[in-house]
Design a protein around this ligand. Structure first.
Ligand code: MG
Length: 255
């Protein structure tokens, strides 16, 4: 009988101990879960950027082309561009060569508007071909891909010969189109090997066509791309592919 009482008492004590422990644990947990301040981060404070209105650039953008001059551009040989400047747009003049920005850029957000000729000429890669080369190496293809069949990894919105666009978001020839490009430049080790590859996201006319794709190397027309070390910042170039493609409203934000 005495033993039975002892056991009963011991069991009761255990139950009380478990209840108290559980209660205390719940209190501690409850405090953490119940205090929103513990998960608030107040520093740093994002700097203020005034967004653009009616297709104008945000306040912290570097204007690369506002339609009035070639001040930010030069040929790949460093000469004055010979492209046409008409009605707030620049247009490729065949055989005058590609042009590039005088400034160099690494990680960036690039806004650029382009238009392939209203008068449809040529086919496949020969129709409204140009291109935006990030760091003079990584091409986001510009092409009239409206009712114009070519290899998928070479149509508009492709990362040329590397990534097919997720969809064809092209507007008809002669109509202005937009690219908003988000670029993480590749990083190289001192021995020239790749530390971090480049990544590109492309939104065409408000439609996502490339979602953070990993660049395999510089754009290669023939064969496999292979990374070669280059500066952390390099110019952006626009391709003269012999077709009178136009560009306007080009701005960039360094990230
Ligand atoms: Mg091209």
């Amino acid at each position: 009988m005495e033993n039975f009482k002892k056991t009963k008492l011991r069991n009761s004590l255990i139950v009380v101990f478990v209840i108290i422990t559980a209660f205390l644990s719940y209190q501690c947990l409850g405090e953490e879960e119940g205090d929103p301040k513990l998960s608030e981060v107040w520093d740093p404070v994002p700097k203020i950027v005034t967004p653009g209105e009616n297709n104008t650039p945000p306040s912290d953008a570097i204007i690369l082309f506002d339609g009035t001059n070639f001040n930010e551009w030069e040929t790949t040989d460093g000469a004055e561009p010979k492209w046409q400047l008409v009605d707030g747009a620049m247009t490729v003049v065949k055989k005058t060569g590609s042009i590039k920005t005088k400034k160099s850029f690494g990680d960036c957000q690039l806004h650029i508007e382009w238009r392939t000729p209203a008068k449809v000429e040529g086919e496949g890669q020969g129709r409204g071909n140009s291109g935006i080369f990030l760091q003079e190496r990584y091409e986001v293809q510009v092409l009239d891909s409206y009712n114009n069949v070519t290899y998928s990894n070479g149509q508009a919105g492709s990362i040329y010969k590397q990534f097919i666009p997720m969809v064809n978001a092209c507007r008809p020839p002669g109509v202005w189109q937009t690219y908003d490009i988000f670029f993480n430049a590749p990083k190289f080790n001192e021995d020239g090997t790749v530390e971090v590859p480049g990544f590109v996201t492309v939104v065409q006319n408000g439609v996502l066509v490339q979602n953070h794709v990993e660049l395999q190397g510089p754009t290669a027309y023939i064969g496999k791309p292979t990374y070669e070390t280059h500066n952390a910042k390099e110019p952006i170039s626009l391709q003269d592919h012999g077709n009178p493609v136009s560009y306007r409203n080009i701005w960039i934000r360094e990230l």
